[in-house]
Design a protein around this ligand. Structure first.
Ligand code: FAD
Ligand code: UDP
Length: 395
């Protein structure tokens, strides 16, 4: 991997043949997978450009001033059911098994989230068995004709009281919208359990990159045919550097200069704090993340040492404060936004030399593994394109 500084020095990929086969916009999961595949499998010369001063996109991690490994753009926990995705990424990193656990601060107690048998028993002072919990949920669940919204999903499963205590406030804070205004898919990400399983995810693969995400991205992009240019908006170089194809992983509405209007994105402000835990080398929280559905302006607090397994006298936490303005972190899943995205998607289908990959380019609430899977599929599709098989300068 070769990197270039913010000041523009047009990279020359070869002394004999100028130009790149592919310009990849964005050095996150979507861009890194595409660059790696194109360079190693299609023999392409690839220029990866990112406006940020680092690779990794939102999954970027780094050591803070105290030497603690932190995720500047919020906690990233890797989990997937896809063997293909896990095996692909395993070429670039070793792993540390990690199962994420979350507690929700409700009515003065810290209770397991997703809602499970212990959550209900502790909240209501009951002694239900796993067999009885289904009946309990059935007795409190609301009848919903067609489950359409994020409110419908929850009240039809666990009733109004649990909805109000665990979901309504959190969702209103996180999205600036009532759950009734959001697609069902948003709160459906969080399951309900009748057993005592208190893991946040149940995927077959749950691990963190052993040396962090950035190290993994470095390994993906370390190839003589991959050049990385950081701190550069692609618009500043797109007409200066010759390229044949583009892979675009930024916001799709921005690519088309917001022609049909802006797509809404939800943003966050991350408040990072590094503190001395009660016991040296210990923790402030008993689990990786504590959610605050009803108290405070932030939604959740994550303590990185749980995720990374790092041993350190101090500990570092991040508080997530939802914002309407700022970096585009979350597409906002609701019908009117999907309709607007579809108009941009139709435009994107007319731009034959650009492939749109990733969470922002597809306006989909994708997890990391879904972005990797989508990029692998996009590459395979591109491989079948005749143009891809004639790299610039191919002898
Ligand atoms: P990004 O990582 O956003 O990369 C796109 C890149 O394009 C960015 O680096 C951007 O700077 C660059 N770019 C955009 N426009 C331009 C331009 N004009 N010129 C140059 N560069 C440009 N997923 C999980 O699986 N587990 C988690 O625990 C998890 N936690 C998350 C927590 C938070 C707070 C957030 C916001 C997301 C989380 N995700 C998680 C989702 C995960 O971050 C994404 O799925 C993944 O990072 C998306 O990768 P991407 O390459 O599509 O986009
Ligand atoms: N959610 C909630 N209460 C919680 C956790 C999640 O209401 O304690 C809702 C909320 O709308 C959130 C969504 O479920 O945005 C998805 O949660 P997830 O933890 O998957 O969010 P992410 O990690 O993507 O921010």
């Amino acid at each position: 991997m070769q990197t270039y500084k913010q000041t523009f020095e047009p990279p020359s990929p070869s002394t004999t043949t100028p130009g790149f086969d592919t310009l990849v916009v964005g050095a996150g999961f979507a861009g890194a997978v595409m660059a790696e595949r194109l360079a190693t499998q299609a023999g392409h010369r690839v220029l990866v450009v990112d406006q940020r001063p680092h690779i990794g996109g939102n999954a970027y991690d780094r050591h803070d001033d105290a030497g603690l490994l932190v995720h500047p753009y919020g906690p990233h926990i890797f989990h997937t059911n896809s063997n293909e995705v896990f095996e692909y990424l395993s070429r670039f990193t070793a792993w540390r098994p990690y199962q994420h656990r979350v507690l929700a601060s409700v009515d003065g107690s810290l209770l397991p989230m997703p809602i499970n048998l212990d959550t209900v028993n502790r909240l209501y002072g009951l002694k239900l068995s796993a067999f009885e919990l289904d009946g309990f949920f059935a007795s409190v669940a609301e009848k919903v004709e067609a489950v359409r919204t994020s409110e419908d999903v929850v009240v039809s499963r666990v009733g109004r009281d649990l909805y109000n205590k665990f979901f309504r406030g959190y969702t209103r804070k996180q999205w600036g919208l009532d759950p009734s205004e959001l697609d069902a898919s948003v709160t459906a990400r969080v399951p309900t359990r009748t057993n005592r399983d208190d893991r946040y995810f149940t995927d077959t693969h749950q691990s963190m990159p052993l040396h962090g995400y950035t190290r993994m991205f470095e390994a993906m992009l370390r190839h003589p045919r991959i050049h990385v240019m950081l701190g550069t908006d692609y618009r500043d170089i797109v007409h200066l550097v010759p390229w044949k194809r583009m892979v675009y992983t930024g916001p799709i509405d921005s690519f088309f200069d917001h022609r049909f209007g802006k797509l809404p994105y939800r943003s966050l402000q991350f408040e990072h704090v590094t503190v001395a835990p009660p016991a040296p080398g210990g923790f402030v929280q008993t689990v990786g993340t504590v959610n605050h559905p009803n108290d405070h302006l932030y939604t959740r607090v994550t303590e990185f040492k749980h995720l990374t397994g790092q041993q350190h006298a101090q500990t570092s936490l991040v508080y997530e404060h939802p914002r309407s303005e700022g970096d585009p972190y979350y597409p906002v899943p609701r019908a009117e936004n999907t309709a607007l995205f579809k108009r941009y998607e139709a435009l994107s289908e007319q731009v034959s030399d650009v492939t749109f990959v990733g969470r922002l380019a597809n306006y989909k609430y994708y997890n990391m593994d879904q972005v990797v899977a989508q990029a692998l599929v996009s590459f395979k599709r591109l491989q079948q394109t005749p143009a891809l098989n004639t790299p610039a300068g191919a002898a």
